[in-house]
Design a protein around this ligand. Structure first.
Ligand SMILES: [Zn+2]
Length: 253
């Protein structure tokens, strides 16, 4: 099989996270660095509040969604409804994959992972005709060499929860990401990270869950989220994960 081309799980030919994608580097494309905001699990507040904050700053976010969780109530508050997925998509946010039922990929068989990915894709294309889920985040940040090896051939990128900035040629099978959690929120530390990303001309990815006045241990307050978005927009362009990948592949704007 030729280098750079492979069949993914779905049997579709195309560049994936596992394939070298050319000479475009983050530092060439974004001399000020680039920042992405992502949400896992898609609590309603992530879109209603977090999405609104991003939109007011002219930015959009990437929502890693396990579509089976629609309408449920859990420790993150109320989950998205299908109408939220549609509205987020229509407003230019990215809907991305987080398995169908939020499984731990490190503890699941490849056939289970494959079935989960397929079920989530089917649900999404049922909501938005013709739309696909191009990027993935590991639920719980749980990765294993086997899961990475499999998923990197299915998605354009897979995001984990290990912190740090993604350098010139990022590890697309496990993108680094930094959490915005209320209980440990440190504005100075976040400013330093944004400044570091700009200086290193790299790709900084944030993630959180709910955005409410009384957040879960995995979310943050609207004020905290606003602080990070505002600070980031002063330093670097904000882009969807999908758009960063497209640019790296020479297919973006
Ligand atoms: Zn999750």
């Amino acid at each position: 099989m030729r280098k750079g081309l492979t069949f993914n799980i779905a049997g579709v030919l195309g560049p994936r996270a596992g394939a070298w994608f050319g000479a475009q580097r983050i530092s060439d494309l974004w001399p000020q660095g680039v920042v992405s905001f992502t949400f896992d699990d898609f609590p309603k507040s992530a879109f209603a509040v977090g999405g609104d904050i991003l939109e007011r700053h002219g930015a959009r976010g990437t929502y890693y969604t396990a579509l089976k969780l629609a309408g449920i109530e859990n420790d993150l508050g109320r989950s998205f409804d299908e109408s939220d997925v549609l509205a987020a998509h229509q407003k230019g946010h990215e809907i991305a994959c987080h398995t169908h039922t939020h499984i731990n990929c490190a503890q699941s068989s490849l056939s289970t992972i494959k079935q989960e990915i397929r079920a989530n894709a089917q649900d999404f294309s049922g909501l938005v005709a013709g739309a696909t889920l191009e990027n993935f985040a590991y639920p719980y940040g749980a990765v294993s060499p086997r899961a990475k090896q499999s998923l990197k051939w299915r998605f354009q990128s897979c995001r984990g929860i290990r912190p740090g900035v993604n350098k010139d040629v990022p590890a697309l099978a496990e993108l680094l990401a930094n959490r915005i959690y209320a209980q440990e929120f440190d504005g100075e530390k976040i400013s330093d990270l944004i400044a570091q990303n700009k200086a290193e001309k790299s790709w900084l990815i944030f993630y959180t869950h709910d955005v409410t006045d009384d957040p879960s241990p995995y979310g943050c307050t609207p004020g905290q989220f606003e602080t990070v978005v505002s600070e980031a927009t002063k330093s670097s362009p904000i882009r969807l994960v999908r758009d960063v990948i497209a640019s790296l592949r020479g297919m973006g704007n």
